[in-house]
Design a protein around this ligand. Structure first.
Ligand code: SF4
Length: 350
C-alpha cells in the first residue's frame, strides 16, 4: 500500500519532461524548481591540484582518478576562469538552445585546496559573469577547514552554492584499497561541520569498487541515507586510460560491473535513499576516448530508460525501502541541521 501511495505521489508532483524521471528525485527537476531559467553546469579547471596526488596526503591519487577525465582544458594550456566561463557558455549556446544561465562548476581535482585569499578571487571571477547564477565546488572531506567553510558560508548568501564532497564508499578497507587518503570518519566529521552551516551538500558514491560486493554497496547506501546530505552522484566504476587502475585492468585483475548488474544495483540503492535526496547523477563516463572500460555501447538516455524500466518492473521507486534510523552518524544538534534544501523560487542573481 505504501508503495502505491508513494508512486502516486511521484506521478502527481511531476509534469512535462519530468514525468520521465518519476521514479527518482532528479536533479533536473530540482534545478527547475529552484531557478526560473534553464540552468546548465559549466565544468572548469581552475588549476588546483589534489593533496592525494602530490604527496601531502598520498602520492598518485585515487586509483580510479585520471587527470584527463576532468574535461575543459584538454589542450593543456590553462585558461583563466573568466575565459573558460565565456568559452563554455558560447559552446553551450551554440549546441543547446535554451541554456540561459549557468552554474560555474569547479570540478577538476580539489577545488578548496588553497588558502582562502586565493580561493575567493577565483570564485568571484566566475561569479562576475552576468549569466553565472551559482557555483558548484568539488572537494575532499579533508579539505574543508573552518576558514574555507567561512568563505563558502559567505558565498552562499549571494549565490546558489553547491558543495560536493567525495566519499565513494563507507568501508575503510575499500577507501584504503583505492588510495582515497581519508577514512569514513573524516567524511562524517566534514558532513557535520558543513551541515551545521546549512550548506547544500552532495556526495559521490561509486558502485563496483574493487573488493566490494552487493551487500557492502547497499550498506554504503543505508549509511548515507541516514546522513543530512542533500544530494548524491552515483557512478559505476569505469577505468580511464591514465588511471592507476588501468594497469590492474590490463592484467585482468578487475571484475567490472556489467550493465545489467549496474541497473539492478542502481535501483537497489535508490530504493534505500530517502525521497528528499536529490539524484545528481546516475552513471559514470560511458564512451569518451579516455575511457578504457567498461564500454557498454549505450547512450546515457538509453541507460536512464533501462533504470526506469527496472523500477516499473519492480513497482518501486526511490525511498521505498528507506527507514529513518535510530540515530545518524552526525552528532550535531538536529535543530541546526538543515535537512531540507532552503526554498528558493526567486532568482538569486539577475
Ligand atoms: S580526491 Fe579526487 S582529485 Fe584527488 S585523487 Fe581522488 S578522485 Fe582524484
Amino acid at each position: 500500500m505504501i508503495v502505491f501511495e508513494r508512486i502516486f505521489l511521484y506521478y502527481n508532483t511531476l509534469n512535462g519532461n519530468d514525468a520521465m524521471r518519476r521514479y527518482y528525485n532528479a536533479y533536473s527537476r530540482y534545478l527547475k524548481s529552484r531557478f526560473p531559467w534553464r540552468v546548465y553546469k559549466l565544468p572548469l579547471d581552475a588549476g588546483f591540484n589534489c593533496p592525494n596526488r602530490d604527496g601531502r596526503v598520498a602520492f598518485g591519487g585515487c586509483t580510479f582518478c585520471s587527470n584527463a577525465s576532468f574535461s575543459p582544458n584538454s589542450s593543456g594550456v590553462l585558461k583563466s576562469v573568466r575565459e573558460q566561463v565565456e568559452e563554455g557558455i558560447a559552446v553551450y549556446r551554440k549546441r543547446r538552445f535554451g541554456g540561459e544561465k549557468f552554474i560555474a562548476y569547479f570540478q577538476a581535482f580539489t577545488n578548496t585546496d588553497a588558502p582562502v585569499d586565493q580561493l575567493a578571487p577565483l570564485y568571484d571571477e566566475a561569479l562576475s559573469h552576468p549569466d553565472v547564477v551559482g557555483l558548484a565546488i568539488a572537494t575532499r572531506p579533508d579539505c574543508v577547514p573552518e576558514p574555507v567553510l567561512d568563505l563558502l558560508t559567505d558565498l552562499q548568501k549571494r549565490t546558489a552554492l553547491f558543495l560536493e564532497v567525495g566519499l565513494q564508499s563507507i568501508h575503510d578497507e575499500t577507501l584504503r584499497r583505492v588510495n582515497r587518503g581519508h577514512t569514513f570518519a573524516e567524511f562524517v566529521d566534514a558532513v557535520d561541520r558543513i551541515k551545521k552551516r546549512g550548506l547544500y551538500l552532495s556526495t559521490h558514491l561509486i558502485l563496483g569498487l574493487p573488493g566490494e560486493d552487493r551487500s557492502m554497496m547497499l550498506e554504503t547506501a543505508d549509511r548515507v541515507a541516514q546522513m543530512p546530505i542533500d544530494a548524491v552522484k552515483l557512478t559505476h566504476l569505469y577505468i580511464p586510460r591514465q588511471a592507476p587502475l588501468a594497469q590492474a585492468h590490463r592484467r585482468g585483475e578487475l571484475v567490472l560491473l556489467t550493465l545489467s548488474d549496474y541497473i539492478q544495483l542502481v535501483c537497489d540503492v535508490l530504493e534505500r535513499l530517502p525521497e528528499r535526496l536529490i539524484i545528481e547523477r546516475l552513471m559514470g563516463e560511458l564512451d569518451g576516448e579516455d575511457i578504457l572500460s567498461p564500454r557498454w555501447e549505450k547512450h546515457k538516455g538509453e541507460i536512464l530508460e533501462m533504470i526506469e524500466a527496472e523500477f516499473a518492473r519492480r513497482g518501486t521507486c526511490q525511498g521505498i525501502l528507506f527507514r529513518e534510523g535510530p540515530q545518524s552518524d552526525i552528532e550535531c544538534d538536529p535543530a541546526q541541521v538543515q535537512r531540507c534544501i532552503p526554498p528558493m523560487t526567486a532568482p538569486i542573481k539577475s
